[in-house]
Write a protein that binds this ligand. Structure first.
Ligand SMILES: [Zn+2]
Length: 101
């Protein structure tokens, strides 16, 4: 059973931590599109940092990986459940780079 959009949003938001604002929209192909924006960066800056990735589970993974790197690079003192996956996210990034060669 496919989880509802609202349930996916809640799950992603709880993983992403308190700085994240997660929105899920549907694209023309009825796929989930994840947008994660950073409330800390949008407070200081006109253009909020955000990551936008289409696709259901792959989209979730790609958006969350970018969010993990953003937290790691810009908000080191922040705690978020997703940071537990930093190592896995770095590994995926490494594999994508290897695959592009
Ligand atoms: Zn930020």
């Amino acid at each position: 059973m496919v989880a509802s959009k609202a349930a996916r949003e809640r799950k992603a938001a709880s993983e992403a931590g308190t700085l994240a604002r997660v929105r899920i929209t549907l694209d023309a192909a009825q796929q989930f599109v994840y947008t994660i924006s950073c409330t800390a960066c949008s407070a200081r800056d006109d253009r909020p940092w955000s990551t936008y990735r289409p696709g259901s589970d792959n989209g979730y993974m790609a958006a969350m990986d970018r969010w993990i790197f953003h937290l790691h690079e810009n908000h080191r003192d922040t705690e978020a459940p997703c940071l537990a996956y930093l190592g896995a996210a770095q590994q995926r990034l490494h594999e994508r780079r290897e695959g592009q060669r």
